[in-house]
Design a protein around this ligand. Sequence first.
Ligand code: ADP
Ligand code: MG
Length: 606
Amino acid sequence: MNSLRDMFSYIMPYKGRVALNVVCNVLMVIFSVFSITLFIPFLNIILDQAELVTVKPEISYFDLATIVDSFEFYFSQIIIEKGKQKALGFVLGALLASYFMRNVFRYLSLFFITPARNGVVRDIRQKMFEKTMVLPIGFFNERKRGDIISRVSNDVHELQWSILHMVEVVIREPLMIVGSLAVMLFISAKLTLFVILLLVVSSILIGAIGRALKRKSSEAQSKLGTLMSLFEQGLSGLKVIKAFNAQEYQTDKFLKVNNDYKDVLTRLLWRRDISSPLSEFLGIGIFAILIFYGFELIQQGALVPATFIAFIMAFWNVTEPAKKLSNAYYNIRKGMAAVERVNDIIHQENTIIDKPNAKSIDAFQEGIFFENVSFAYTEEGDTVLKNIDLEIPKGKVIALVGPSGGGKSTLVDLISRFHDVSSGAIKLDGVDIRDLQLKDLRNQFGLVTQEPILFNDTIYNNITFGYENVSEEQVIKAAKIANAHQFIVESENGYQTNIGDSGTKLSGGQRQRLTIARAILRDPPILILDEATSALDSKSEKLVQQSIRQVMENRTAIIIAHRLSTIQHADEIVVLKEGEIIEKGSHETLMENAGDYQKLVKMQLF
Ligand code: ADP
Ligand code: MG
């Protein structure tokens, strides 16, 4: 029932609108019930069975019986004085008016609840996105992207409907049932018992199916997530899929999950669709007994036909909401499965957060220090970095080299706290980075990743990327340093050119130069370049190298480089192999040492 409580907690901010919705629903029910009672005089006139009341009832105190008696008396007066036709007109007029009011309030109730419903959906989507932005990168390693997207779109959509249904279930339909039952009780207590019987029997049956439905529903939603994930991969890997003639392989994979989804969904709907026929049949069964028994009461003279017909109408007003209620119950079960999938993200515990009294950083003073740092991506997984001790003093350029898979990218990721160390500590100016404000910490770095990450937007916006108060000159300057200005002005709309999804309209080298410009623009105290120049051709690599060397003067930098010729001038070169530092020193000392570094350099010379 936790997910039900969660559903309520999402609605809470809109309690004002929900209250208005309740008020409108109450009014709607009142007018509905009132219109049922109007059918009694209406039918009595039509069936020519109106018994005229000529004695004015004593109005001693205000109760239902007095109201009914007074109504019958005044109504009789109209029939006597103006004739049946006029009286019928009067009843029909009242009937129309009350139906009109009923529908006005029906609309108003929806009018008030709609913004609340859509607001809830907006809030949930927003929360999910915000959470996605702050959760550690490691969280997403374990998950399929398509599944997360499916949760944001399909599960939230599912939730939207169940919330609407929930408002019906909790408020409107029960009110309607209670109101109609009151009329029925007023007419005949005996007959009403049958109707209550119906409700009990059907709710037991329906409850059993509902439980199975929730299980199936979460299974279906997770299958849909896998499906979306395959689609997403199909789109992003299109080039490789075609080049390797793997369309069939990929399509078969999709087909299998697609079929699974179809089957699960079919079983789900089979169960859900049983609800309507079941409740309709139950309804007609009770209806038959009702007619049978009602007829007996009429013959005994305990009931007049018009009253009996009004009773049946009230009964109809119970079965319809009861049917809706059972449908809503199914949808809520489905919605609860969706809430669980949504909450799995929203309530996901974030391990990389600010401590309660996290320190802020005034200015970067001394350097970054690794103290006996070890790291593994998962608890069971291999230790990717082992007992790393490393100093990155302010103003120095440190180069990380070594065979691929050695842990270079992982090491720099730890500095920005994309992951937290498994043991040991990383300190910035003597303070453990876990005690610093995350925002401050990340502001110290300008990061250029191994694979250029760009967004479907203009070149200009990709360089500024949320960085405010920058002038166009600064952007151009950064682009020039990154050796990107030339190709930018040559492109279709200059800085306002859209670069497509992940920058597909650009070459690899152009993409990387944009990410360098983006890092340079922010003028960060520490620059981190993870094989930033590996995607460039040797001509632009030289140019970028040159400019990077310029920006790096008096700046702290960590450069990961594949081509060793580009980092010879670094203050210190650190060779990382299988997660361990095996050598460090300047280019000259390392060459003299004749160790791994020298071997790597020699290998690249040929
Ligand atoms: P480098 O940048 O030196 O080529 P990485 O730091 O990328 O090396 O990788 C170091 C090791 O960590 C490799 O063995 C790789 O398989 C592993 N690794 C990298 N990223 C992840 C990840 N997200 N989850 C689990 N293991 C990873
Ligand atoms: Mg790497």
